[in-house]
Design a binder for this molecule. Structure first.
Ligand SMILES: Nc1ncnc2c1ncn2[C@@H]1O[C@H](COP(=O)(O)OP(=O)(O)OP(=O)(O)O)[C@@H](O)[C@H]1O
Ligand SMILES: [Mg+2]
Length: 328
């Protein structure tokens, strides 16, 4: 692992880094209550609602991760012109996140995943979404917004949940723009869109996604899988995440970084934390190998906790101290 002084130096630089996130911004809506009877109207439980909680989701969770780590963020996405859009904007504002690059569309709903939970059990999930590609007008608007601030940012993250924002045109134009301006551009991909990401700096698929990106349906040797995907998409490097097996970074050489989570409670959002920390650390001057190790430590913090998917610099340092006291 990196030396403590080096880790602190990298984390300290986070606050001067500016990162743009483009992708499918979502709102997670948790309705939490208890059940003590079945409805007289239909054979369904009646939930007595105790609490409703809104959480930034999808690409907005990547933004939240970056912002929690002290980076300056620029968010680009499309939300609806509806009350859920107000709620999403409100959650961004609560976290002091700039939303100038978010466009509100009249013909699409804000993406919401509403979960109804009672006694720690999910009873139902309700989704609002329209997955069709955004219109050419919205594509131009998003690209224009990004072009306007390209000189101000250090890196770009494409967070693809396949909900229509990262159309082939948007993805390809952004990668072109990033390369023209010498900016890092990393992608959390949806495999069916892999072809849009040729020439990106890096990608952070999990193993299954990596297989699907190159059209494989059976388990392949990780080394072969990573090499093939990196080459196929002409990436500078590739970070393949492997759940409990940690991650493998493919550069000239391949390095495997084992997981450090001691107890695993909740793996949701670990992928968002990985791409956020990996990109932020690299933009802050870390080598890709250092960035991957720090991202892996951060993911270890997130999977060890229930219900939150962001991590602070202090939590990364505390977990590092627990794991590597002999390095201090
Ligand atoms: N069961 C686990 N035990 C320990 N660490 C884990 C576990 N699952 C995930 N991690 C950590 O989180 C990282 C990302 O996890 P994973 O490979 O599952 O990504 P993902 O499938 O993209 O996640 P997501 O569901 O958030 O999209 C791993 O590289 C590892 O550091
Ligand atoms: Mg993922």
């Amino acid at each position: 692992m990196v030396k403590k002084s080096r880790l602190l130096e990298i984390l300290e630089s986070f606050k001067s880094i500016k990162i743009a996130v483009i992708g499918d911004m979502m709102l997670d809506d948790y309705i939490i209550g208890s059940v003590d009877r079945i409805s007289p109207e239909a054979p369904v439980p009646v939930v007595n609602v105790v609490e409703e909680r809104f959480v930034l989701g999808g690409a907005a969770n990547v933004v939240n991760n970056l912002s929690t780590l002290g980076a300056q963020t620029f968010s680009f996405g499309v939300i609806g012109d509806d009350p859920n859009g107000d709620r999403l904007t409100n959650e961004f504002a609560k976290n002091s996140i700039n939303v100038d690059g978010i466009v509100r569309a009249e013909d699409r709903p804000t993406i919401v995943k509403r979960r109804i939970i009672a006694h720690n059990q999910q009873l139902l999930r309700l989704d609002w979404e329209n997955k069709r590609d955004i219109s050419p007008e919205l594509e131009s608007k998003l690209l224009r917004n990004l072009r306007n601030c390209i000189d101000d940012i250090d890196a770009i993250i494409l967070s693809d949940y396949d909900k229509g924002v990262l159309t082939p045109l948007v993805a390809k134009e952004i990668i072109k723009l990033a390369n023209e301006h010498g900016k890092i551009v990393t992608v959390d991909p949806k495999p069916k869109n892999a072809g849009n990401y040729v020439g990106a700096t890096s990608m952070t698929p999990n193993r299954k996604e990596a297989m699907e990106c190159i059209g494989l349906d059976r388990i392949e040797d990780v080394e072969k899988l990573g090499r093939e995907l990196k080459e196929k998409l002409n990436l500078t490097n590739l970070l393949l995440t492997r759940s409990e097996e940690g991650m493998s970074l493919f550069e000239e050489e391949t390095v495997t970084i084992p997981t450090f989570a001691k107890e695993v409670y909740d793996v949701t959002g670990a992928g968002d934390t990985v791409i956020s920390v990996f990109t932020l650390a690299a933009a802050a001057g870390a080598t890709w190998h250092e960035a991957a190790k720090i991202a892996n430590t951060a993911a270890g913090v997130v999977v060890g906790r229930i219900g939150t998917s962001t991590v602070t610099k202090e939590e990364i340092v505390a977990f590092y101290d627990e794991l590597y006291h002999e390095w201090n």
